[in-house]
Design a protein around this ligand. Structure first.
Ligand code: MGP
Length: 210
């Protein structure tokens, strides 16, 4: 665990998963399908495409249900984080950047959570539900998922599901619709932007909307 991680957590050290063939490892922990890494970005004020990512840091990787809860119970909920910061949970090996080869041809389903009464509780609940849907492999098209991000911002906070193949409308619509269900609100408004469009222009248009 890197020292900077103390900004958001104080918790477990990373461990290897050795399975016993029955879904649990030698410590009796239950293996997840993928290994995941939590990243934190405290933010650094106004960012541009060239300066973005300089304060982004990996915090902790896990591959069991128990290690996920150990992490989750030791980090602050997003609503407690400072404005400008982000959490990113990505499949280990994928960096939470547009430039990573797994993200470059993909995009993001994003929902905004307007400030106001109950907004903090809603944000924290959507974040946990989103995390559980990802690590629990709940999505029919889960192979297309790279990660999930929460951005704390002054105007409205955002949660985004990062996916691999923006051009595949059927896959993206399936992922978006399922995300709304897993967040407990099938009428949530969400939009999908392709990574390539955002790299090309600050005002990239939505590819898909729900
Ligand atoms: P942001 O932090 O996702 O949104 O991106 P914020 O702070 O609400 O700002 P806004 O511009 O969306 O209103 C801020 C800026 O960081 C983007 O406009 C990009 O210039 C840059 N940026 C964001 N991401 C996720 C990336 C990335 O993955 N790679 C690069 N190179 N730049 C990025």
């Amino acid at each position: 665990m890197v020292a900077e991680a103390d900004a958001v957590m104080s918790g477990p050290e990373e461990g290897e998963v050795v399975e016993d063939g029955q879904g649990s490892n030698s410590e009796g922990k239950h293996a997840l399908e993928c290994k995941w890494t939590l990243w934190f970005d405290p933010g650094s004020g106004k960012t541009t495409t060239s300066s973005w990512g300089q304060t982004l840091m990996p915090v902790y990787s896990f591959q069991t249900v128990e290690d996920f809860w150990c992490l989750f119970n030791n980090i602050k909920p997003p609503s407690w984080l400072p404005t400008g910061s982000d959490f990113h949970l990505f499949k280990s090996g994928i960096e939470p950047k547009w430039e990573d080869p797994m993200n470059a041809k993909g995009g993001q389903w994003t929902l905004s959570i307007a400030k106001g009464r109950d907004a903090k509780a809603e944000l924290d609940k959507h974040w946990l539900d989103g995390l559980l849907a990802c690590i629990g492999e709940q999505f029919t098209e889960g192979d297309d998922i790279c990660g999930i991000v929460v951005n704390l911002r002054a105007r409205s906070d955002r949660i985004s599901l990062w996916t691999r193949t923006a051009a595949n409308e059927q896959v993206q619509m399936s992922l978006g619709k399922e995300l709304r269900q897993f967040l407990g609100d099938p009428s949530l408004k969400m939009s999908y932007k392709a990574t390539a469009d955002q790299l090309a222009s600050k005002s990239a248009k939505d590819r898909y909307v729900l």
